[in-house]
Design a protein. Structure first.
Length: 153
């Protein structure tokens, strides 16, 4: 079943603004690892902060996917239902007793990667979304993996 998408208004400043906002959104994936290196006693809170932020972003991405799907003339019920899975997975990964702490960050990175692969198949994504999404995902993944490498909680 092909999804027909309603035409979206084009704003000339949107791509640049989205890149800037995206960079600000990636920074919290790196700040906990840097804080943990600078202040080793902060590592447990840095792991918790990084895990919580990754969970929030997974939920945000699921909402964005749901929003893109709703823009279709005939929204896919399957995609709408599947959009509920990432927040639940994120919640479980953020709060389940997972040891060692680095494993939690690696699992959250894999969840972000899986969501990016799923989003890459979205027919309803706006022009340029895929490139921006992959750049931001790589920043987030590298921050989570850096956190897994340096934060030992």
């Amino acid at each position: 079943m092909s999804a027909h998408v309603l035409p979206a208004p084009r704003a000339q400043s949107a791509p640049r603004l989205l890149s800037v906002l995206g960079a600000f959104g990636v920074a919290p994936f790196w700040l906990p690892a840097l804080a943990g290196l600078a202040w080793p006693s902060s590592q447990p809170i840095a792991i918790a902060a990084l895990s919580a932020y990754a969970a929030v972003i997974l939920s945000f991405l699921a909402g964005a996917r749901m929003g893109m799907t709703l823009m279709a003339v005939r929204p896919s019920s399957a995609t709408l239902c599947l959009s509920m899975a990432p927040p639940i997975v994120a919640w479980v990964l953020a709060f389940a007793p997972i040891a060692p702490p680095a494993l939690r960050l690696i699992l959250l990175a894999l969840a972000l990667l899986a969501h990016a692969v799923w989003d890459a198949r979205a027919r309803s994504a706006p022009q340029g979304y895929g490139r921006l999404r992959w750049r931001l995902t790589l920043g987030a993944l590298s921050g989570l993996l850096a956190g897994a490498a340096v934060l030992h909680g």
